[in-house]
Design a protein around this ligand. Structure first.
Ligand code: C5P
Length: 238
């Protein structure tokens, strides 16, 4: 292969994909409908670009990459496990792509035994607590230590409303999170979740705009196409 076909040759890329499960008791959990397709497509796009790829997988509604695809796999369940896996893997990587749908909340306590129906007919109450924001923490750790991924890519699913344009909301999220690129999935109709095709807007931080320009890049089509565009933009920041 000519070198320009493999812009990520010799680079290490960490991708997170899928959903998380937050245990309620030994048999029950809170989860989400992330299929993992977009994250897996990103891992494949990075591999195709020549990178050494580590894929951290939560819950999936699709097949993970096969062992002969040359992508190293790690399975996690909860947001806290994902946080630990990202902290470890991102210490030594050039690019982190956080495509996983991370639970914002988890049950405050996890029952040691199965939660039982009570005889008095009372409805049980589940108290939730905030999960750490892994993306924001990775960005903060990089600023604090000067180490970590050169390029950090976050994702956002926004519907927008009458007063708020989803792209504006995503721009605010990009600033809040402090990542270098933010990929906006416009959700609300029957778009995105579990689907093969998608439409994404790739937004660049102020600093990244010096390389990529100020205008968000919009890509419509397959999740593979969207993934290739995200990887191409992120590669230009290395
Ligand atoms: O704030 P919001 O959940 O919309 O942000 C989405 C982005 O933040 C995604 O890249 C997701 O992987 C990441 N995230 C995270 N830790 C959380 C929640 C979201 O890293 N607890």
């Amino acid at each position: 292969h000519p070198v320009h076909d493999e812009p990520l040759r010799g680079r290490r890329v960490v991708v997170t994909a899928g959903g998380t499960r937050e245990a309620l008791d030994p048999v029950r959990f809170l989860g989400n409908r992330s299929s993992g397709r977009q994250g897996i497509a990103l891992a494949r796009a990075a591999r195709q670009a020549g990178a050494d790829v580590h894929l951290i997988l939560g819950t999936l509604e699709t097949e993970p990459p096969a062992s002969d695809e040359g992508i190293s796999l790690e399975h996690i369940e909860s947001a806290q496990q994902l946080g630990a896996a990202v902290a470890e893997a991102s210490a030594e990587c050039d690019m982190l792509i956080m495509a996983a749908a991370v639970a914002d909340f988890r049950p405050l306590t996890v029952g040691e035994s199965k939660i039982k129906k009570t005889d008095d007919g009372q409805d049980p109450t589940i108290t939730l607590t905030r999960n750490p924001d892994i993306l924001a923490e990775t960005v903060a750790a990089r600023s604090r230590t000067g180490k970590g991924p050169t390029v950090i890519v976050g994702f956002a699913a926004e519907t927008g409303d009458a007063e708020h344009d989803p792209v504006d909301l995503a721009g605010q999220k990009l600033q809040r999170k402090g990542c270098d690129l933010l990929v906006l999935n416009q959700v609300g109709t029957d778009l995105v979740f579990g689907r093969e095709d998608t439409e994404v807007h790739i937004l660049a931080s102020q600093q990244s705009q010096q390389v990529l320009g100020a205008e968000p890049l919009t890509v419509a089509g397959s999740k593979t196409r969207a993934a290739q565009a995200v990887v191409a933009q992120a590669s230009r920041l290395l």
